[in-house]
Design a protein around this ligand. Structure first.
Ligand code: NAD
Ligand code: TYD
Length: 351
């Protein structure tokens, strides 16, 4: 039986990944290590919580003692590191926690994996460490061109700088110790269980509350959107077939301006749920500091090397996502009942 440590598995992509993997493979054990911060929610995993192939451990990736104990107890074959502070606006307000979790947490995890996996400078067969990174480490594009795996790192936010730092640490474990690692750099994800601080679920939630829709600056910034299950499929392929030491970009050539995304959400909700939701809710607010103008990923390498391709069109994915939020509005209310309003005030008042 293959034993996989998934960190940050109670968050958006991690929970989708755990559910995906347990459906995909019979003979695996997944241990989810999650600190359950404001965005981590065990409810996301309710459909697998009684599955004997799934264990949950509450704890932090920065806790080296706990990591060592877990590696001894479970003898993991693989690690997939999702655990992170992941929101750019929060990084602008409070960068330090991003360095702690994203940089120091990755460092602690690498050290624990090495201690468990390296015997006389040779790694146990079949082990793999996959770092879930982001296209944001490449910085911002102009009107043309795409991010390649060879594009120089040029992060602009404390979030993307912390992710780039972690990537370099992971790379150093391959270069120095030959640890079998991969780094994946995916574009913006959307889908069920995304915390409503990110663009798409925030706009859906605000539409349902008739709250204004805060578009930063001119709203003409471009993001490259990928449905979360297509990301999970790519991670599975990299975990099992990725060539050690390689970076894989993941994206579906699905670029949209923010304003188009917001108008798409308004149009759909107005049609299926509430005709009072109109474009009058849109409010242009002060721009994000250091705002990256455009992201666009070239996924040719993962397509050619591993045969990955995105299965979900944006039209399908966005309606599926909005429908999920309409059906699971109680989840939204519960997950935003903590410090969310305080964060919202902090980020959106007097922009
Ligand atoms: P998320 O914010 O929804 O979830 C992060 C999870 O990590 C939460 O469950 C949280 O409790 C947990 N966590 C935070 N600090 C921790 C710690 N110290 N120890 C253990 N667990 C901790 O994030 P997400 O959107 O699911 O992103 C997951 C990963 O994917 C991140 O590494 C992010 O950088 C990367 N990524 C995200 C996107 C995107 O569009 N969301 C795109 C590309 C890459
Ligand atoms: P976000 O979902 O935070 O992802 P990222 O910054 O990691 O790409 O934001 C996506 C885009 O939407 C980004 O250009 C910022 C913009 N945005 C708004 O215009 N208003 C908002 O309230 C939020 C959260 C984001």
């Amino acid at each position: 039986m293959e034993k996989i440590l998934v960190t940050g598995g109670a968050g958006f992509i991690g929970s989708n990944f755990i559910i995906y993997m347990l459906k995909q493979y019979e003979n695996i054990l997944i241990v989810n290590l999650d600190a359950l911060t404001y965005c981590g929610n065990l409810e996301n995993l309710s459909e697998v919580e009684d599955d004997p192939r799934y264990h949950f451990v509450k704890g932090s990736v920065t806790d080296s003692v706990l990591l060592e104990q877990l590696f001894i107890e479970y003898e993991f074959d693989k690690v997939v590191n999702f655990a992170a502070e992941s929101h750019v606006d929060r990084a602008i307000l409070n960068p330090n926690i991003f360095i702690e979790t994203n940089v120091l947490g990755t460092a602690a995890l690498l050290a624990a994996a090495r201690q468990s996996w390296e015997k006389d400078s040779v790694y146990l067969p079949g082990v793999k460490f996959v770092q879930i990174s982001t296209d944001e480490v490449y910085g911002s594009l102009g009107a043309t061109g795409f991010f390649l795996e060879t594009t120089p790192l040029d992060p602009h936010s404390p979030y993307s700088a912390s992710k780039a730092s972690a990537d370099l640490l992971v790379k150093s474990y391959f270069d120095t110790y030959q640890m079998p690692i991969n780094i994946t750099r995916c574009s913006n994800n959307y889908g069920p269980y995304q915390f409503p601080e990110k663009l798409i679920p925030l706009m859906i939630n605000n539409c349902l509350n008739h709250r204004s829709l805060p578009v930063y600056g001119d709203g003409l910034q471009v993001r490259d959107w990928l449905y979360v299950t297509d990301h999970c499929k790519a991670i599975d392929m990299v975990l099992n077939e990725g060539i050690p030491g390689e970076v894989y970009n993941i994206g579906g050539h699905n670029e949209r301006t923010n304003i188009v995304i917001v108008k798409t959400i308004i149009e759909y909700i107005s049609k299926v749920k509430d005709s009072e939701v109109t474009e009058q809710l849109i409010t242009h607010v002060g721009d994000r500091k250091g705002h990256d103008r455009r992201y666009g990923v070239d996924p040719t390498k993962i397509k050619d090397a591993l045969g990955w391709f995105p299965e979900t069109s944006f039209d399908d994915g966005i309606t599926r996502t909005i429908d999920w939020y309409l059906e699971n509005y109680d989840w939204v209310k519960r997950i935003t009942s903590g410090e969310y309003e305080q964060y919202y005030e902090h980020n959106y008042t007097n922009r």
